[in-house]
Design a protein around this ligand. Structure first.
Ligand code: SAM
Length: 241
Protein backbone atom coordinates (compact mmCIF):
# COMPACT_ATOMS: atom_id res chain seq x y z
CA UNK A 1 0.00 0.00 0.00
CA UNK A 2 1.27 3.47 -0.95
CA UNK A 3 2.16 5.64 2.09
CA UNK A 4 0.56 9.11 2.10
CA UNK A 5 2.43 11.71 4.15
CA UNK A 6 -0.40 14.24 4.01
CA UNK A 7 -3.80 13.68 5.64
CA UNK A 8 -6.82 15.80 4.77
CA UNK A 9 -10.31 15.98 6.29
CA UNK A 10 -13.01 16.33 3.62
CA UNK A 11 -16.73 16.75 4.21
CA UNK A 12 -17.59 14.40 1.35
CA UNK A 13 -18.58 10.72 1.03
CA UNK A 14 -15.56 8.45 0.57
CA UNK A 15 -15.44 5.10 -1.28
CA UNK A 16 -13.07 3.38 -3.74
CA UNK A 17 -13.45 5.11 -7.12
CA UNK A 18 -15.10 8.17 -5.56
CA UNK A 19 -13.86 11.50 -6.95
CA UNK A 20 -13.65 14.41 -4.51
CA UNK A 21 -13.56 18.02 -5.75
CA UNK A 22 -11.16 20.15 -3.68
CA UNK A 23 -12.14 23.45 -2.09
CA UNK A 24 -9.94 26.40 -3.09
CA UNK A 25 -8.10 26.52 0.25
CA UNK A 26 -7.48 22.77 0.15
CA UNK A 27 -6.09 23.07 -3.39
CA UNK A 28 -3.86 25.96 -2.27
CA UNK A 29 -2.61 23.91 0.69
CA UNK A 30 -1.95 20.73 -1.33
CA UNK A 31 -0.58 22.21 -4.54
CA UNK A 32 0.75 25.60 -3.43
CA UNK A 33 2.06 24.96 0.08
CA UNK A 34 2.80 21.21 0.04
CA UNK A 35 3.87 21.21 -3.64
CA UNK A 36 1.87 18.07 -4.48
CA UNK A 37 0.94 17.39 -8.08
CA UNK A 38 -1.00 14.93 -10.22
CA UNK A 39 -0.19 11.34 -9.30
CA UNK A 40 0.56 12.16 -5.66
CA UNK A 41 -1.33 10.22 -2.92
CA UNK A 42 -3.19 11.90 -0.04
CA UNK A 43 -4.93 10.19 2.90
CA UNK A 44 -8.53 11.40 3.17
CA UNK A 45 -11.02 10.95 6.04
CA UNK A 46 -14.47 12.37 6.75
CA UNK A 47 -15.49 11.23 10.30
CA UNK A 48 -17.83 8.66 8.72
CA UNK A 49 -16.25 6.23 6.23
CA UNK A 50 -12.72 5.67 7.54
CA UNK A 51 -9.52 6.69 5.75
CA UNK A 52 -8.88 6.33 2.00
CA UNK A 53 -5.75 6.72 -0.11
CA UNK A 54 -6.65 9.12 -2.87
CA UNK A 55 -4.66 10.04 -5.96
CA UNK A 56 -4.42 13.62 -7.22
CA UNK A 57 -6.11 13.29 -10.61
CA UNK A 58 -6.43 17.00 -11.36
CA UNK A 59 -4.36 19.83 -9.84
CA UNK A 60 -5.03 23.51 -10.39
CA UNK A 61 -4.49 26.92 -8.74
CA UNK A 62 -8.09 27.26 -7.65
CA UNK A 63 -9.21 23.67 -7.32
CA UNK A 64 -8.49 20.07 -8.15
CA UNK A 65 -9.77 16.52 -7.91
CA UNK A 66 -8.73 13.53 -5.83
CA UNK A 67 -9.87 10.00 -6.65
CA UNK A 68 -10.01 7.33 -3.93
CA UNK A 69 -7.94 4.31 -4.92
CA UNK A 70 -8.15 2.14 -1.77
CA UNK A 71 -9.41 2.13 1.79
CA UNK A 72 -6.48 2.38 4.19
CA UNK A 73 -8.24 2.36 7.61
CA UNK A 74 -11.62 1.78 9.18
CA UNK A 75 -13.35 4.60 11.05
CA UNK A 76 -12.15 4.65 14.65
CA UNK A 77 -14.76 6.40 16.78
CA UNK A 78 -13.57 7.99 20.06
CA UNK A 79 -15.37 7.09 23.30
CA UNK A 80 -18.66 8.93 23.91
CA UNK A 81 -16.90 11.65 25.91
CA UNK A 82 -17.71 15.35 25.83
CA UNK A 83 -15.37 18.03 27.12
CA UNK A 84 -17.20 20.97 28.69
CA UNK A 85 -14.86 23.88 29.39
CA UNK A 86 -15.14 27.57 30.12
CA UNK A 87 -13.30 29.55 27.43
CA UNK A 88 -10.19 31.37 28.59
CA UNK A 89 -7.68 33.47 26.64
CA UNK A 90 -7.85 32.80 22.86
CA UNK A 91 -4.59 30.90 22.39
CA UNK A 92 -5.24 28.79 25.46
CA UNK A 93 -8.76 28.01 24.30
CA UNK A 94 -7.29 26.96 20.95
CA UNK A 95 -4.89 24.71 22.89
CA UNK A 96 -7.74 23.05 24.83
CA UNK A 97 -9.67 22.30 21.63
CA UNK A 98 -6.58 20.92 19.89
CA UNK A 99 -5.67 18.65 22.85
CA UNK A 100 -9.26 17.46 23.27
CA UNK A 101 -9.34 16.43 19.60
CA UNK A 102 -5.98 14.64 19.86
CA UNK A 103 -6.88 12.93 23.15
CA UNK A 104 -10.17 11.46 21.99
CA UNK A 105 -13.08 13.72 22.96
CA UNK A 106 -16.15 13.09 20.79
CA UNK A 107 -17.65 16.54 21.33
CA UNK A 108 -16.19 19.81 22.64
CA UNK A 109 -18.61 22.18 24.35
CA UNK A 110 -17.48 25.68 25.37
CA UNK A 111 -19.67 26.68 28.35
CA UNK A 112 -20.05 30.08 29.98
CA UNK A 113 -20.13 29.95 33.78
CA UNK A 114 -20.59 32.63 36.47
CA UNK A 115 -16.89 33.58 36.44
CA UNK A 116 -16.13 33.05 32.74
CA UNK A 117 -14.47 36.16 31.37
CA UNK A 118 -14.41 35.30 27.66
CA UNK A 119 -18.01 35.73 26.60
CA UNK A 120 -17.39 35.12 22.88
CA UNK A 121 -15.74 32.35 20.89
CA UNK A 122 -15.16 31.89 17.16
CA UNK A 123 -16.78 28.47 16.73
CA UNK A 124 -15.60 28.17 13.08
CA UNK A 125 -11.98 28.87 14.05
CA UNK A 126 -12.12 26.38 16.91
CA UNK A 127 -13.65 23.76 14.62
CA UNK A 128 -10.76 24.32 12.18
CA UNK A 129 -8.33 23.66 15.07
CA UNK A 130 -10.11 20.38 15.79
CA UNK A 131 -9.82 19.39 12.10
CA UNK A 132 -6.10 20.23 12.01
CA UNK A 133 -5.51 18.23 15.20
CA UNK A 134 -7.29 15.17 13.74
CA UNK A 135 -5.31 15.47 10.49
CA UNK A 136 -2.05 15.65 12.44
CA UNK A 137 -2.70 12.90 15.00
CA UNK A 138 -3.92 10.23 12.57
CA UNK A 139 -7.52 10.30 13.79
CA UNK A 140 -10.34 9.36 11.43
CA UNK A 141 -12.95 11.34 13.40
CA UNK A 142 -13.18 15.10 14.02
CA UNK A 143 -15.04 16.11 17.20
CA UNK A 144 -17.77 18.68 16.78
CA UNK A 145 -17.01 21.99 18.51
CA UNK A 146 -20.37 23.31 19.74
CA UNK A 147 -21.31 26.93 20.06
CA UNK A 148 -20.84 28.67 23.42
CA UNK A 149 -23.76 27.87 25.76
CA UNK A 150 -24.53 28.84 29.36
CA UNK A 151 -23.70 26.00 31.76
CA UNK A 152 -27.10 26.44 33.44
CA UNK A 153 -28.87 26.02 30.12
CA UNK A 154 -26.87 22.93 29.23
CA UNK A 155 -27.59 21.34 32.61
CA UNK A 156 -31.31 22.25 32.37
CA UNK A 157 -31.92 19.59 29.72
CA UNK A 158 -28.99 17.31 30.52
CA UNK A 159 -29.31 13.61 29.69
CA UNK A 160 -29.03 11.91 33.13
CA UNK A 161 -27.46 8.91 31.39
CA UNK A 162 -24.39 11.05 30.71
CA UNK A 163 -22.13 11.06 33.79
CA UNK A 164 -20.15 14.22 34.53
CA UNK A 165 -16.57 14.20 35.78
CA UNK A 166 -16.81 17.53 37.63
CA UNK A 167 -13.26 18.85 38.19
CA UNK A 168 -13.80 20.84 41.35
CA UNK A 169 -10.83 22.97 42.36
CA UNK A 170 -12.29 23.19 45.86
CA UNK A 171 -11.26 19.52 46.18
CA UNK A 172 -7.62 20.37 45.51
CA UNK A 173 -5.50 17.80 47.32
CA UNK A 174 -8.47 15.68 48.34
CA UNK A 175 -8.49 12.03 47.45
CA UNK A 176 -11.67 12.32 45.39
CA UNK A 177 -10.97 10.15 42.38
CA UNK A 178 -13.14 8.87 39.62
CA UNK A 179 -14.44 5.64 41.12
CA UNK A 180 -16.60 4.67 38.17
CA UNK A 181 -16.92 1.77 35.75
CA UNK A 182 -16.05 1.79 32.05
CA UNK A 183 -18.65 2.42 29.46
CA UNK A 184 -21.58 4.74 29.09
CA UNK A 185 -21.76 8.37 28.11
CA UNK A 186 -19.52 10.83 29.93
CA UNK A 187 -18.57 14.50 30.06
CA UNK A 188 -15.64 16.25 31.72
CA UNK A 189 -16.33 19.70 33.17
CA UNK A 190 -13.53 22.25 33.61
CA UNK A 191 -14.14 25.72 35.02
CA UNK A 192 -12.70 29.12 34.08
CA UNK A 193 -9.67 30.92 35.49
CA UNK A 194 -11.91 32.21 38.24
CA UNK A 195 -13.11 28.72 39.16
CA UNK A 196 -16.72 27.72 39.85
CA UNK A 197 -19.05 29.95 41.89
CA UNK A 198 -20.50 28.59 45.14
CA UNK A 199 -23.93 28.42 43.53
CA UNK A 200 -22.54 26.36 40.61
CA UNK A 201 -20.60 24.10 42.93
CA UNK A 202 -23.68 23.50 45.11
CA UNK A 203 -25.83 22.71 42.07
CA UNK A 204 -23.24 20.34 40.56
CA UNK A 205 -22.60 18.49 43.81
CA UNK A 206 -26.35 17.86 44.08
CA UNK A 207 -26.57 16.21 40.65
CA UNK A 208 -26.67 12.39 40.99
CA UNK A 209 -24.80 11.95 37.72
CA UNK A 210 -22.01 14.43 38.56
CA UNK A 211 -18.83 13.00 40.15
CA UNK A 212 -16.70 15.72 41.79
CA UNK A 213 -13.00 14.89 41.48
CA UNK A 214 -9.67 16.38 42.46
CA UNK A 215 -6.89 16.80 39.90
CA UNK A 216 -4.18 16.59 42.54
CA UNK A 217 -2.69 18.79 45.26
CA UNK A 218 -2.04 21.86 43.08
CA UNK A 219 -4.39 24.27 41.34
CA UNK A 220 -3.92 23.73 37.59
CA UNK A 221 -4.54 26.31 34.91
CA UNK A 222 -7.74 25.53 33.03
CA UNK A 223 -5.87 24.31 29.96
CA UNK A 224 -3.60 22.09 32.06
CA UNK A 225 -6.67 20.83 33.94
CA UNK A 226 -8.39 19.89 30.67
CA UNK A 227 -5.41 17.79 29.58
CA UNK A 228 -5.02 16.24 33.04
CA UNK A 229 -8.72 15.36 33.25
CA UNK A 230 -8.75 13.89 29.73
CA UNK A 231 -5.70 11.78 30.66
CA UNK A 232 -7.27 10.50 33.90
CA UNK A 233 -10.57 9.72 32.18
CA UNK A 234 -9.03 7.99 29.16
CA UNK A 235 -6.64 5.96 31.29
CA UNK A 236 -9.41 4.80 33.65
CA UNK A 237 -12.54 4.72 31.50
CA UNK A 238 -11.58 5.40 27.93
CA UNK A 239 -9.89 3.79 24.96
CA UNK A 240 -6.26 4.06 26.07
CA UNK A 241 -6.17 0.63 27.70
N1 SAM B 1 -9.38 30.40 40.36
C1 SAM B 1 -9.43 29.04 40.92
C2 SAM B 1 -8.67 28.99 42.22
O1 SAM B 1 -7.67 29.71 42.28
O2 SAM B 1 -9.03 28.15 43.03
C3 SAM B 1 -8.73 28.07 39.97
C4 SAM B 1 -9.54 27.67 38.80
S1 SAM B 1 -8.58 26.64 37.79
C5 SAM B 1 -7.50 27.77 37.12
C6 SAM B 1 -9.66 26.30 36.44
C7 SAM B 1 -10.38 24.97 36.52
O3 SAM B 1 -9.45 23.90 36.46
C8 SAM B 1 -11.15 24.73 37.80
O4 SAM B 1 -12.43 25.34 37.76
C9 SAM B 1 -11.25 23.21 37.81
O5 SAM B 1 -12.27 22.78 36.89
C10 SAM B 1 -9.91 22.80 37.25
N2 SAM B 1 -8.91 22.51 38.27
C11 SAM B 1 -7.73 23.13 38.43
N3 SAM B 1 -7.03 22.55 39.43
C12 SAM B 1 -7.79 21.55 39.93
C13 SAM B 1 -7.63 20.59 40.97
N4 SAM B 1 -6.50 20.51 41.70
N5 SAM B 1 -8.64 19.71 41.21
C14 SAM B 1 -9.78 19.76 40.49
N6 SAM B 1 -10.00 20.64 39.48
C15 SAM B 1 -9.01 21.53 39.21
Amino acid sequence: MVEAKIRLYVDHPLAVGQSIPLERDQAHYLFGVMRQGEGAFIALFNSRDGEFLAEVTQAGKRGGTLTCREKSRDLQMPPDLWLLFAPIKKTRTDFIVEKAAEMGAMRICPVSTDFTNSERIRQDRLQAHAVEAAEQCGGTYVPEVADLVKLDRLLADWDPERQIMFCDEALVGAAEVLGAVKGGKWAILIGPEGGFSDAERKRLHALPYAHAVSLGPRILRADTAAVAALTVWQQQLGDWV
